[in-house]
Write a protein that binds this ligand. Sequence first.
Ligand code: ZN
Ligand code: ZN
Length: 348
Amino acid sequence: MGLPETMQAIQIKEFNAPYAVSKVPVPKPKPNQLLIRIKAAGFCHTDLMALNNEFNSPLPYIGSHEGAGVVVEVGSNVQGFAKGDHVGCINFDSSCGECPDCSTGRVIYCDRPQMKGLTIDGAWAEYMVADARTTVKIPESVDLVTAAPLMCAGLSIYGGIKKAGVPPGGSIGIIGIGGLGHIGTQLAKAMGYKVAAVDIKQTSLDLVNSHRLKPDLSLLVTEDPKDAMAKAHSAIPGKFPGLDATVLATDQQSAFDFAAAITRKHGTVVLLGQPDKGISMSFYNMIFRDIKLVGSLIGDTSDADELMQLVDDHDIQLKIKTWRLDQAEEMRQEYLSGKSEGKNVIVL
Ligand SMILES: [Zn+2]
Ligand SMILES: [Zn+2]
């Protein structure tokens, strides 16, 4: 076979410690698993939360839940995959099969899920095993460095846009143009929506306005919400002023009320951000303007397949900074400094 016995990986051995490269055994696939030679693996805010022991991850574990690579071994029960396939692995790996959500097919809400880079080994390694049922094929035309961050960041924002439940032709605001948001504005356009981009930084709005699929309207969160609503109504007219839905892809407290204020009466705010201190919002929009607040976790594999098709068909551009495995700690420090833009991906 020619597979090595050991590999390099970013294995977390203690919490709140710097990332470092370790030598660990190459895993063996179980009957439902694929062994994947990882080519690219993204860094997500959730990786930091795991490092800070916010998920009680069992030590040691290999980080990253955004992996893409090439299949090198196929488990005995796996169907539909072959050696050499380009694949991406969604962050959610497997489910218990017994809880109420598993028995009704909503496996991503499983009570006892296994998550790559959180409860089991992830993708910052030369090789990773992944349940084939949460693995998707990557089209030839989508490179693996682009595919990796789609497995969590891309799928999260896509899931959030879908969860808004806005019919085609409606309008969506993407609030927070970071790792998720800069993918979201393009996806929402590709899905046929009128799109508003909202951020606190003009440079972030400039980035999404440079894309082929650019938003119909850009707003700074520092604007007076009444002025912002007037702009939204003139750029994207509708029966009720404002956007049919807004998707909160940020942790910034100031964005929450702004999002609700530019959402139309009877519209929906979708929450993706996970701020440490929770979220607080004025009751005014919720009660007097009948705004609904819904959470969105991630998408499943059929959503991931749809996402791959959209990315393939519409040439969605991701802002990615690539790093080597031995630069993982440098990458984390840059992210902590707030200087990081777009997505960070380790290339192996
Ligand atoms: Zn993630
Ligand atoms: Zn379950």
